[in-house]
Design a binder for this molecule. Structure first.
Ligand SMILES: [Zn+2]
Length: 303
């Protein structure tokens, strides 16, 4: 509760100050403090903290290694979990699995020997991939045939058995992407403040969160599978000029958002990046700019 109240008390006067500066001083009732959810911009009074309407949000989501960073409203926080973050987490788990990372995750898998399936679960252990058949998911006759075929290969010593595995996982790629865009938006807000997210170019990002099934914000996300998952950076890129942006690096994902200064709308920005993309989604250009510290809580640097 203390952390939420102190985050409210830091954000509310900054919000008032920025609205005043933008000539929107009548946007909030006078004589009382308000904090707006950065995702939906609904303003809440201080009692909303004790009422549970303003909640602590992890950025990026906890399920992909994030930590508490700021306040969002309960509704936005909860819907993001089911609409976007669960897809990002499922994708991350599946990718870790395919890369052979021992993460403790168990995934549903089907083993095929000579085309005969056996359904079960799989997990990486110190000694390799461990597959366990799950009897209730298999027809007993098919299971028996699978084991006979497997034994025949083991006995024959055939080094190239007709054996394959299929991992079963379900996630929506577009929604997983929105989860990372949302995390980048929130990290940029925490670092830079209300002045940044009140720019007109940032409106489509909030619209995207309300419309998960429509592509509202074309956004370039660079992925570096070799990056450490713990990397967190916010870069204010100012060169080359046409790629001015805020680059938010979270592990292997780097999300490029509109710049603080003379920002270009998201569709122009993504086109500018597209013209500089080389093989493997890498950029054939070096980005220069300033780094701002990754926020440990909302710092409102620009406010
Ligand atoms: Zn909200």
């Amino acid at each position: 509760m203390d952390k939420r109240l102190s985050w409210f008390d830091e954000g509310a006067p900054k919000l008032r100050q920025v609205l005043d500066r933008l000539g929107l001083d009548d946007a909030l009732p006078a004589g009382q403090d308000f904090y707006a959810c950065p995702c939906c911009l609904v303003a809440y009074p201080r009692e909303a903290v004790s009422g549970g309407l303003l909640t602590i949000e992890d950025v990026p989501p906890r399920s992909v290694g994030g930590r508490p960073l700021l306040l969002t409203c309960k509704r936005c926080n909860n819907t993001a979990g089911s609409d976007f973050d669960s897809h990002a987490a499922t994708r991350a788990n599946a990718e870790d699995f395919m890369r052979g990372r021992i993460t403790g995750h168990t995934l549903p898998m089907t083993s095929h020997v000579d085309g005969i399936p056996l359904r079960g679960t799989a997990q990486w252990t110190d000694s390799g991939l461990q597959f366990v058949g799950v009897p209730k998911r298999n027809d007993p006759k098919v299971q028996a045939a699978h084991l006979v075929a497997l034994d025949a290969y083991v006995e024959s010593g055939d080094s190239r058995p007709n054996h394959s595995f299929t991992v079963h996982t379900r996630f929506d790629e577009a929604r997983a992407r929105i989860s990372w865009i949302r995390a980048a938006y929130l990290a940029a807000f925490a670092a830079l403040g209300w002045s940044y997210i009140f720019r007109g170019v940032m409106d489509p990002y909030r619209k995207q969160l309300q419309q998960p099934d429509v592509s509202v914000v074309p956004t370039y996300i660079f992925r570096d599978p070799n990056a450490s998952v713990a990397v967190r950076r916010v870069l204010l890129v100012d060169r080359p000029d046409e790629l001015r942006c805020v680059a938010v690096v979270m592990g292997e994902h780097t999300v490029f958002l509109p710049s603080l200064f003379r920002p270009r709308p998201c569709d122009e920005l993504v086109e500018a990046f597209a013209s500089r993309r080389a093989a493997g989604d890498r950029l054939s250009v070096t980005l220069d700019g300033k780094e701002v510290p990754w926020p440990r809580w909302a710092t409102y640097f620009m406010d």
